[in-house]
Design a protein around this ligand. Structure first.
Ligand SMILES: C[S@@+](CC[C@H](N)C(=O)[O-])C[C@H]1O[C@@H](n2cnc3c(N)ncnc32)[C@H](O)[C@@H]1O
Length: 249
């Protein structure tokens, strides 16, 4: 891929709004789609089992501008958010340090309104570290993770199978892997032979993910999580991600 879209300024503002915007900032009068809001928060609240005893270390891989990492900081002592995009990580760090971020929200054409988004309440930013990094080339930590979230990441990396294999080794026994994906496979990001299911001669991605993980993990929850990304007043991306929550054996 020639240029990383996740380094572009407008995408940065769209993601800041997606992660930190309030209902009245995101929805226009034309799209009253409340039920698809709060995706980065639901990725945590819908995945974290009440009976998870060990709550030291959590990883949000492909964290973008960091909203799910903020949510994780309510529950874990040490939260690491990693993303490949330098501009996303810079914005996540600014939100952590300043507690706010000024953005522009597109109406249409070059007409924008300006808003200042606030960091979420009741979170513990001092527990979070945001780092630029590569999900396909993760550092080996001495400590393992008690919780890993990979939200809308699998179909944006070159070798999702290798990622799953490597991340599995870095999760504690009894720890949680929350995988959330719309399975929007595109050859720009992942060559077709590396897709997990979703081709004519394979099973659905839903089934293929299960076959891959069943030997080392127990599936404890499965559901759809819708999400809405505003592009402008008349244009939104409305998608649904398949969420599976896995406990490491
Ligand atoms: C579709 S966005 C999802 C972001 C966020 N998890 C969410 O649910 O809103 C995909 C994210 O993965 C990041 N990403 C892509 N390739 C990556 C890689 N190799 N390592 C880490 N992050 C990556 C992108 O920069 C982008 O932030």
């Amino acid at each position: 891929m020639s240029k990383n879209p996740y380094e572009e300024d407008q995408i940065l503002h769209d993601y800041l709004l997606f992660h930190y915007g309030k209902k009245e900032d995101i929805l226009s009068d034309l799209f009253p789609v409340d039920w698809a809001l709060d995706f980065p928060v639901k990725c945590i609240t819908e995945s974290l089992p009440e009976d998870l005893n060990n709550r030291e270390n959590a990883l949000d891989i492909g964290c973008s501008v960091g909203r799910s990492s903020f949510e994780l900081s309510k529950h874990f002592k040490n939260v690491v958010g990693i993303d490949y995009s330098h501009s996303f990580i810079e914005a996540a760090n600014k939100m952590k340090l300043d507690g706010q971020y000024p953005i522009r929200v597109k109406d249409h054409g070059s007409i924008y309104s300006h808003k200042t988004l606030k960091s979420p309440e009741a979170c513990k930013p001092d527990r979070i570290t945001f780092e630029q990094g590569d999900a396909c080339n993760l550092k080996q930590n001495s400590e393992k993770w008690d919780f890993v979230l990979a939200a809308n990441l699998l179909c944006r990396i070159p070798d999702p199978r290798k990622f799953l294999e490597e991340i599995s080794f870095q999760i504690n026994s009894g720890g949680i892997l929350a995988l959330v994906s719309p399975y929007t496979w595109m050859t720009e990001y992942t060559s077709e032979e590396n897709w997990i299911g979703g081709t004519d001669n394979s099973s659905s991605s839903k089934e293929a993910i299960k076959s891959l993980l069943y030997p080392s993990f127990e599936l404890i929850k499965e559901q759809e999580l819708p999400f809405l990304i505003r592009e402008h007043r008349r244009k939104y991306q409305l998608s649904s991600s398949h969420s599976t929550v896995w406990r490491k054996k």
